[in-house]
Design a protein around this ligand. Sequence first.
Ligand code: ADP
Ligand code: MG
Length: 691
Amino acid sequence: MYLRELTQSVSTLKGAGPSICARLARLGIYTVADLLLRAPRDYEDRSRAVSFREALKTGSPANTVGVVAAHDWFGYGRSRTLKILVDDGSATASLVCFNRAFLADRHPPGSRVRVTGTLALRFNELQSASFEIEAAAEGQGPEAGILPIYPLTDGLAQGTVRRLAARALSEYGRRAEDELPVRVRELRGLPHKARALEELHAPSSPEAAEQAHRALAYEELFYLQILVRRRAAARAERPVDRPSAAPGRAGLRERLVERLPFRLTPDQERVAAEIAADMERPRPMARLLQGDVGSGKTLVAFLAVLKAVESGGQAALMAPTELLARQHAQTAARLLEPLGVRLAFLTGNLKDASRRPLLAALAAGEVDLVLGTHALFSEDVEYRRLALAVVDEQHRFGVLQRLALARKGGVPDLLMMSATPIPRTLALTVYGDLEVSTIRAMPPGRKPVITHLARQGNESKVYEFVRKELAQGRQAYFVYPLITESEASELKNAQDMARNLAEKVYPGIPGGLIHSRLPDEEKRSVMEAFTRGELRYLVATSVVEVGVDVAAATCMVIEHAERFGLAALHQLRGRVGRSDAQSYCFLVYSGNLTEDGKRRLKAMMETTDGFLLAEEDLRIRGPGEIAGIAQSGSLRLAFADPVRDADLLEAAREDAARIVERDPGLLEPEHRVIREVLERANPFPAESSGA
Ligand code: ADP
Ligand code: MG
């Protein structure tokens, strides 16, 4: 029996009543398989007895058996607190039972108990406030093996999950069949599935637990790689028909370049040529364009769009937020419309009355370039001949959205753009067949943004500095972590600060407020007024984080900067420094910085290089989140971490490649799991029944 076929509810396990099941559901555990595949977040080694005396001497947690010598109470009324004194023969420890008075009845004086916990010498007493205690049978020793520590939720006890997992293991897990092909398992020296599950939940040693995690991680990466490889192979097999030049559409790219007020940088020229060459090959392009914030990726994307239009195709450009999509639409209107390129703008907010004619025009091929949000790829959108799909700020989109994209209207060329550089190994994990182009140098004349740290309390100096910039015709952003006042938080918020800045700090200077909860109409008019320079400063949340491009803005003030992630800080700082004027970024932080908060601010002070910051981010946060693979539906990685497990990833890549491309014989014909994965991996499900 395959583990993934264990779809019966956890409620079939003895001891799992409705309220426990409801709590397990909050952890995403519904079936027996979910429970068996829940990785303990850590283990506690109780395989060795540690007496109270030894614990005090060595500092390691006690793990011992003793007798309750007495109860003791201190405090009054509601704060009356129980102490249980336990003597294990080496010493007497006092267990302080905050809010656990019920333990008095459970462990009366004279009863035998097992105790684990950390101890400290306090008020001349050996004390523990963080301990576990349970009744011990006569003759029972303290050794209890290695215990799993599961992630929990409110009202769910560690002991409950342990008991249920143990039950699931003995009733089902030990009979689990291998899902990996036998030959792969032998080649990689991986344990049998049933064995891995057993060592996961009831390890015989710390090393065995580690082995089990690696085996399960390998398995996840293996299936991920099968998916990715299969998708890559399918793309490569697909010839694309590339019509020659469309009448009246020649030379669009040259005309765009001529009209620009500046020259393309050598990097822009190089990557544009790489992309153009891809778009002439007989197989569809899948390319990631990396380049730091402000390096000029949009223009490169437009050149690719024109290339598609020159040969009579349509292009779609998708941005993660409506704000950014709209800005791209405006840039396109300025740069492309004069060349005769027919544009449309499509977001989820478009009313039916205007949406219907737009969809009709798209399907009839009367639109050359459509810009918008992920609504561009919803079910009812049809293209006449989608030749190119551009995804801006692709790290904001999940893997699944990218899959959906691949299904639209045959196989378009795919250009993904990101300012968050992805390590190559990780890129390969997610895309398999992805080529990468990188813009390294910024357009000429840019001065690096000067970054200042300011402690909260000194922000009036920052405001004064900004006032001088505003007086010279420059513009500024003020960014806050919250939109509006929150009871739970002392943080400054955008709404109140917009009022405060307007009334007290910059009276007479027009400013605007923008955040995600404003009506679209208002967002648009505020953004446009700021772009035109009518609003001199903009108070915002991180909605302005991605893509916003207003060259006259030279000041970025981020208050409660410690609350923002490194990628967000870098993106926010990237909103300024977009012209040859000197720009400034002020990171205003409030006290009580966490370690991570400190590291982030320090990194921001040390470099403006997005690649270095991305690496540091990777170290602080771990990779899953960065590549957008943490929450990507069926590709969820619970055990594997593509960066930490780089060696496993490499092995899984090799094995998957062998199976998909060279040696499907490795695959036993009856291997249902892989066939199912291959089925899912087919990116062209509707058309490919015979393929
Ligand atoms: P990003 O790579 O972050 O998407 P943008 O495409 O928004 O960057 O470009 C940032 C700014 O740089 C824009 O205002 C754009 O007009 C300008 N820009 C792009 N290419 C050049 C160039 N070769 N020379 C000067 N300015 C450029
Ligand atoms: Mg951009």
